[in-house]
Design a protein around this ligand. Structure first.
Ligand SMILES: C[S@@+](CC[C@H](N)C(=O)[O-])C[C@H]1O[C@@H](n2cnc3c(N)ncnc32)[C@H](O)[C@@H]1O
Length: 290
């Protein structure tokens, strides 16, 4: 699965400037949490840190004494480290959050029933187990939708089909395993900030394409993306219609032992060309330990 992630990270490597608004929004959220929870400090862990485009690295360095960045893609981690000013504070670790990435073959010539058969043999076993010590702050940097979907949803499968249901259920199992480890890695008074792209608003004026979530999000917010909290009352209905991105929805098992603190919903302006506009709606949920 590393090949798929490396391609995606190569594609986004030069997005430093265009992701500045996302970084700014993340920093504002850190500042709010520092006031409502406790000042962010100590030891931080970033999951799916990638190229380091979505966090303000200098702000991280100023807040924390030690920052562990993990990702499956070593080239992306090197790109992250090139932006760092205080390398002594960082530990960069190539690590597979699923634990089975190297057991997944090329799926190109496999049928859907064969892939479902393969899924049933894969055991989520996150390499987060290899981390030592506990963390004051853990942030999931928009990795959950990238773990399974890009490799397994390669054809235009019908939502609700047996195949899509099997992949989605498997993704949930993988995430539940990751959250089991996150609970163990979080200090008793630590903070977990789980960020995930949740809806895709994607339009193409040349072809007339509009992704399925676009219209419902426009309706809920009356076209005003500063009013994204208006999504909350209709979230259950949108999720039931499979309008959420696979891997974005949290289950009660993931939240075992965690106490919900705050939810932030922000727009991630991902792509804008003369004809294409792609905005992800990101949910950032802050938890403490119960
Ligand atoms: C959408 S990117 C997040 C953006 C990234 N934080 C940045 O600023 O460049 C998702 C990240 O998750 C990582 N990832 C995907 N599958 C993974 C896995 N099994 N284990 C660890 N990281 C993984 C990818 O390599 C990628 O860097």
């Amino acid at each position: 699965m590393l090949d798929v992630q490396q391609q995606a990270n190569t594609d986004t490597r030069n997005r430093w400037d265009s992701w500045s608004s996302l970084r700014k929004m993340h920093t504002e959220i850190w500042d709010k949490l520092s006031v409502s929870h406790k000042p962010l400090s100590g030891r931080a862990l970033l999951l799916g840190a990638g190229n380091g485009n979505d966090v303000d690295i200098q702000k991280l360095e100023s807040l924390f004494d030690e920052i562990v960045i993990v990702d499956i893609d070593p080239d992306a981690l090197n790109c992250f480290m090139e932006k760092v000013k205080q390398p002594d504070k960082f530990k960069s670790m190539q690590l597979d959050l699923t634990g089975f990435a190297n057991q997944v073959p090329d799926l190109k010539n496999m049928s859907e029933p064969e892939i479902i058969g393969l899924i049933n043999t894969l055991k989520p076993n996150s390499e987060l187990a290899s981390l030592t010590g506990k963390f004051d702050f853990i942030m999931g940097c928009n990795y959950t939708t990238q773990l399974i979907g890009p490799k397994f949803m390669m054809h235009n499968q019908q939502s609700g089909s047996t195949y899509v249901v099997a992949v989605n259920q498997f993704t949930v199992k993988v995430l539940e395993n990751i959250f089991y480890h996150l609970r163990n890695l979080l200090k008793d008074d630590g903070l977990l900030l789980h960020s995930t792209d949740t809806f895709e608003m994607h339009t193409n004026s040349a072809t007339g394409y509009s992704s399925p979530a676009t219209k419902p999000i426009m309706e809920a917010t009356k076209g005003d993306l500063s009013k994204l909290s208006e999504i909350v009352p209709v979230f259950g209905s949108l999720a039931a219609q499979s309008l959420t991105i696979s891997g974005s929805v949290m289950t009660t098992v993931m939240m075992i032992g965690l106490e919900f603190k705050r939810l932030f919903i922000i727009p991630w302006h991902f792509q804008r060309t003369a004809t294409i506009e792609r905005i992800y709606i990101n949910f950032l949920t802050a938890f403490t330990k119960k």
